[in-house]
Design a protein around this ligand. Structure first.
Ligand SMILES: Nc1ncnc2c1ncn2[C@@H]1O[C@H](COP(=O)(O)OP(=O)(O)OP(=O)(O)O)[C@@H](O)[C@H]1O
Length: 223
């Protein structure tokens, strides 16, 4: 076949310069640049003293000068620690901005996987004041809505802080771990559920999710 007939596969610029994870080694938490001490403490509480190579590599791409200016695609063996590799930098990045809106969304193909990943976020996010939610099938939609959505406060607030006088329902979590079907239910039906403040999207569901869904996400990780 002639060159002109070969179908060219488009490559995004960030795919042209892959980072070889094999060049990285475990790194003790005390040597990890810029790690928030509250997160180091939370990690130690769950028995983590150092980061695995994939976690160090993603940390270096995500934190520091030029942090998160491009999408990151992580490809590493099962059990190598990918969950914490994206959870830790996302939590640290979100902790620097103090607004309670849904700013990170992790989409996973199964309920079990989503529960597992939510536990990883839940082990570190509260240490920096962030709230994590779960949206998965086979559970009550009403219960989920009451956990994910803050209702308007009707009583007068003594502080007169406009942020305290909330008129519309809003998401009450900073990070949401979801399966695609239940996520679409919330997008289509839950009053106050909004992705307009989203900064980080982790797609661990395979490419089908992103192709089926078009929102101006400006950053996402694709596992
Ligand atoms: N830095 C670390 N130190 C010690 N244990 C860790 C560390 N990071 C992750 N683990 C543990 O390693 C195991 C595998 O991690 P994880 O599930 O994130 O891997 P994964 O690459 O996402 O796997 P999969 O591809 O199957 O989803 C988990 O039990 C996790 O608690």
């Amino acid at each position: 076949m002639e060159d002109s007939q070969v179908k060219r596969v488009p490559h995004l610029p960030w795919m042209r310069n892959p980072v070889d994870i094999d060049l990285y080694e475990d790194c003790p938490l005390s040597l990890l640049p810029c790690l928030d001490p509250r997160l180091a403490e939370a990690l130690q509480k769950i028995g983590i003293q150092s980061l695995f190579p994939v976690q160090v590599a993603v940390w270096q791409e995500a934190i520091g000068p030029g942090a998160f200016e491009r999408d990151i695609c992580v490809n590493s063996p099962t059990g190598s620690g990918k969950t914490l590799a994206y959870a830790l930098p996302i939590v640290q990045m979100l902790s620097t901005q103090k607004i309670r809106r849904l700013r990170a969304l992790v989409v996973l193909p199964t309920r079990d996987l989503a529960i597992q990943v939510k536990e990883v976020f839940a082990a570190i996010a509260p240490a920096v004041g962030l709230c994590v939610g779960l949206a998965v099938g086979q559970s009550s939609l009403a219960d989920e809505i009451s956990e994910l959505i803050r209702r308007p406060k009707l009583e007068m607030c003594s502080s007169f802080d406009p942020d305290d006088i909330q008129m519309e329902p809003q998401t009450s979590v900073d990070i949401l771990v979801a399966t695609p079907g239940r996520l679409m239910d919330h997008i289509n039906m839950t009053k106050g559920f909004s992705l307009e403040h989203l900064c980080y999207l982790v797609d661990g569901s395979g490419s089908s999710f992103l192709y089926s869904f078009s929102v101006p996400f400006y950053q996402f990780l694709y596992l």
